[in-house]
Write a protein that binds this ligand. Sequence first.
Ligand SMILES: [Zn+2]
Length: 147
Amino acid sequence: MIDLPYIKKIFLDIISKYNELFGLDLSYMDVELSEHPRYNDGSISTEIADDEFVGSWTKNKIIYINCNPDKVIEHWNLSMSIDEFLYWIIAHELAHEIYFNLMEKSEIDYIIELAKQENFTTEYLKIVKPEKIDEEIFAEYLAYLIN
Ligand SMILES: [Zn+2]
């Protein structure tokens, strides 16, 4: 199980990278650990298994990250270290906040278009539902640029 101070250190590192690269201020956001999946209102979901849950963006200015990253990496068979995983998922969930609250639609569309022109993809994007694909391309591409 990962501890909160460790996650917060990575979280602050990612926030300062978003500030350097895009001039965005995410300092009002917070990160929490969760053993169980979370909906976007922060409540616990039982729709998927705990080990399937990677992380969640919520409308409450908090992102949740699975407190057992080793189990998630094993479940999804990811070829990442725990640190790589944490840097990726924190950057990904913060990108959802940027998508909803910090960037103009024209800028968002431009970034999605860039990602598509580069044929950018990830393992995760191969399993995303079609109605969520643009939002998830945006989140994955920003996480890629940040890392
Ligand atoms: Zn996402």
